[in-house]
Design a protein. Sequence first.
Length: 165
Amino acid sequence: MRICYIAFGSNVEPLRHLDAAFVALARSSRLDAVSSLWETEALGPARGKAPFINGVCRIRSDLDAASLKLLLQEIESANGHPRQLSKDAPRTLDLDLILCGDQVSSLPGLRLPHSQLFSRDFVYLPLLELDPECRLPDGRLLRDCVPLTTPFAHRLVRPKVAYQA
Protein backbone atom coordinates (compact mmCIF):
# COMPACT_ATOMS: atom_id res chain seq x y z
CA MET A 1 0.00 0.00 0.00
CA ARG A 2 1.24 3.46 -0.82
CA ILE A 3 0.89 6.47 1.46
CA CYS A 4 -1.08 9.29 -0.13
CA TYR A 5 -1.98 12.77 1.06
CA ILE A 6 -5.23 14.46 0.10
CA ALA A 7 -5.95 18.15 0.63
CA PHE A 8 -9.58 18.90 1.42
CA GLY A 9 -11.67 22.02 1.60
CA SER A 10 -15.27 23.18 1.81
CA ASN A 11 -17.16 26.40 2.44
CA VAL A 12 -20.71 25.02 2.16
CA GLU A 13 -21.72 23.08 5.29
CA PRO A 14 -18.06 22.11 5.61
CA LEU A 15 -18.09 19.81 8.64
CA ARG A 16 -20.92 17.72 7.18
CA HIS A 17 -19.28 17.39 3.76
CA LEU A 18 -15.78 16.75 5.13
CA ASP A 19 -17.03 14.03 7.48
CA ALA A 20 -18.86 12.40 4.55
CA ALA A 21 -15.64 12.48 2.53
CA PHE A 22 -13.66 10.84 5.35
CA VAL A 23 -16.24 8.06 5.63
CA ALA A 24 -16.10 7.47 1.84
CA LEU A 25 -12.29 7.46 1.84
CA ALA A 26 -12.23 5.00 4.75
CA ARG A 27 -14.44 2.60 2.72
CA SER A 28 -11.96 2.40 -0.16
CA SER A 29 -8.61 2.94 1.57
CA ARG A 30 -7.15 3.01 5.04
CA LEU A 31 -7.67 6.48 6.49
CA ASP A 32 -4.64 6.95 8.76
CA ALA A 33 -4.91 10.54 9.94
CA VAL A 34 -6.73 13.84 9.52
CA SER A 35 -4.99 17.14 10.24
CA SER A 36 -6.44 19.94 12.29
CA LEU A 37 -9.17 21.83 10.47
CA TRP A 38 -8.34 25.41 9.57
CA GLU A 39 -10.53 28.27 8.47
CA THR A 40 -9.04 30.20 5.57
CA GLU A 41 -10.30 33.24 3.74
CA ALA A 42 -11.70 32.62 0.25
CA LEU A 43 -9.24 33.74 -2.45
CA GLY A 44 -9.65 35.64 -5.71
CA PRO A 45 -13.11 36.84 -6.79
CA ALA A 46 -14.66 34.79 -3.94
CA ARG A 47 -12.86 36.96 -1.36
CA GLY A 48 -15.28 38.12 1.29
CA LYS A 49 -17.59 35.14 0.85
CA ALA A 50 -17.87 32.23 3.27
CA PRO A 51 -14.44 31.11 4.49
CA PHE A 52 -13.13 27.64 3.67
CA ILE A 53 -12.37 24.85 6.09
CA ASN A 54 -9.15 23.21 4.91
CA GLY A 55 -6.78 20.47 5.93
CA VAL A 56 -5.03 17.30 4.77
CA CYS A 57 -5.64 13.63 5.38
CA ARG A 58 -3.31 10.67 4.98
CA ILE A 59 -4.50 7.40 3.52
CA ARG A 60 -2.92 4.10 2.56
CA SER A 61 -4.20 2.76 -0.74
CA ASP A 62 -3.52 0.12 -3.35
CA LEU A 63 -4.98 2.44 -6.01
CA ASP A 64 -2.64 4.13 -8.47
CA ALA A 65 -2.76 7.92 -8.71
CA ALA A 66 -5.12 8.02 -11.72
CA SER A 67 -7.62 5.66 -10.06
CA LEU A 68 -7.41 7.56 -6.79
CA LYS A 69 -8.02 10.85 -8.61
CA LEU A 70 -11.19 9.35 -10.15
CA LEU A 71 -12.33 8.15 -6.73
CA LEU A 72 -11.84 11.66 -5.29
CA GLN A 73 -13.91 13.13 -8.14
CA GLU A 74 -16.67 10.59 -7.44
CA ILE A 75 -16.68 11.54 -3.74
CA GLU A 76 -16.81 15.24 -4.68
CA SER A 77 -19.73 14.62 -7.07
CA ALA A 78 -21.60 12.60 -4.45
CA ASN A 79 -21.32 15.66 -2.20
CA GLY A 80 -22.69 18.11 -4.74
CA HIS A 81 -19.53 19.41 -6.43
CA PRO A 82 -20.21 19.82 -10.17
CA ARG A 83 -17.07 19.38 -12.33
CA GLN A 84 -17.65 22.54 -14.41
CA LEU A 85 -17.62 24.79 -11.35
CA SER A 86 -15.69 28.06 -11.55
CA LYS A 87 -12.41 27.91 -9.61
CA ASP A 88 -13.64 30.64 -7.26
CA ALA A 89 -17.19 29.35 -6.69
CA PRO A 90 -18.36 28.10 -3.29
CA ARG A 91 -17.51 24.43 -2.75
CA THR A 92 -19.40 21.71 -0.96
CA LEU A 93 -16.25 19.61 -1.19
CA ASP A 94 -12.88 19.91 -2.88
CA LEU A 95 -10.45 16.96 -2.72
CA ASP A 96 -6.99 17.21 -4.28
CA LEU A 97 -4.43 14.44 -4.47
CA ILE A 98 -1.23 16.08 -3.24
CA LEU A 99 1.21 13.16 -3.02
CA CYS A 100 0.74 9.50 -3.92
CA GLY A 101 3.69 7.44 -2.73
CA ASP A 102 6.67 8.15 -4.94
CA GLN A 103 4.56 8.67 -8.06
CA VAL A 104 5.35 11.67 -10.25
CA SER A 105 3.01 12.89 -12.97
CA SER A 106 2.76 15.87 -15.27
CA LEU A 107 -0.40 14.68 -17.04
CA PRO A 108 -3.15 17.29 -17.49
CA GLY A 109 -5.42 17.05 -14.45
CA LEU A 110 -2.98 14.82 -12.57
CA ARG A 111 0.14 16.66 -11.54
CA LEU A 112 2.14 15.00 -8.76
CA PRO A 113 3.31 16.43 -6.52
CA HIS A 114 0.27 18.71 -6.79
CA SER A 115 1.10 22.06 -8.37
CA GLN A 116 -0.17 24.04 -5.36
CA LEU A 117 1.65 22.03 -2.70
CA PHE A 118 4.47 24.55 -2.45
CA SER A 119 2.41 27.74 -2.71
CA ARG A 120 -0.59 27.16 -0.44
CA ASP A 121 0.16 27.15 3.25
CA PHE A 122 -3.29 25.69 3.97
CA VAL A 123 -2.03 22.61 2.09
CA TYR A 124 1.59 22.22 3.17
CA LEU A 125 1.22 23.21 6.84
CA PRO A 126 -1.47 20.57 7.58
CA LEU A 127 0.58 18.01 5.63
CA LEU A 128 3.62 18.83 7.76
CA GLU A 129 1.43 18.55 10.86
CA LEU A 130 0.68 14.95 9.88
CA ASP A 131 4.19 14.12 8.74
CA PRO A 132 6.97 16.55 9.73
CA GLU A 133 9.47 14.29 7.94
CA CYS A 134 7.47 14.09 4.70
CA ARG A 135 9.70 13.37 1.72
CA LEU A 136 8.87 14.33 -1.83
CA PRO A 137 9.27 11.77 -4.63
CA ASP A 138 12.71 13.24 -5.41
CA GLY A 139 13.85 12.58 -1.82
CA ARG A 140 13.83 16.19 -0.56
CA LEU A 141 12.11 16.99 2.72
CA LEU A 142 8.94 19.02 2.18
CA ARG A 143 9.81 21.33 5.08
CA ASP A 144 12.99 22.36 3.23
CA CYS A 145 10.96 23.41 0.16
CA VAL A 146 8.32 25.67 1.68
CA PRO A 147 8.27 28.79 3.85
CA LEU A 148 7.39 27.85 7.42
CA THR A 149 5.73 31.16 8.19
CA THR A 150 2.08 31.63 7.30
CA PRO A 151 1.25 34.57 5.07
CA PHE A 152 -2.52 34.13 5.51
CA ALA A 153 -4.57 34.57 8.66
CA HIS A 154 -5.93 31.21 9.76
CA ARG A 155 -8.12 30.17 12.63
CA LEU A 156 -8.10 26.69 14.10
CA VAL A 157 -11.57 25.18 13.85
CA ARG A 158 -11.02 21.69 15.18
CA PRO A 159 -7.74 20.32 16.47
CA LYS A 160 -6.29 17.14 15.05
CA VAL A 161 -8.12 14.12 16.40
CA ALA A 162 -8.02 10.44 15.68
CA TYR A 163 -10.65 9.71 13.07
CA GLN A 164 -12.90 6.70 13.45
CA ALA A 165 -14.90 5.76 10.35
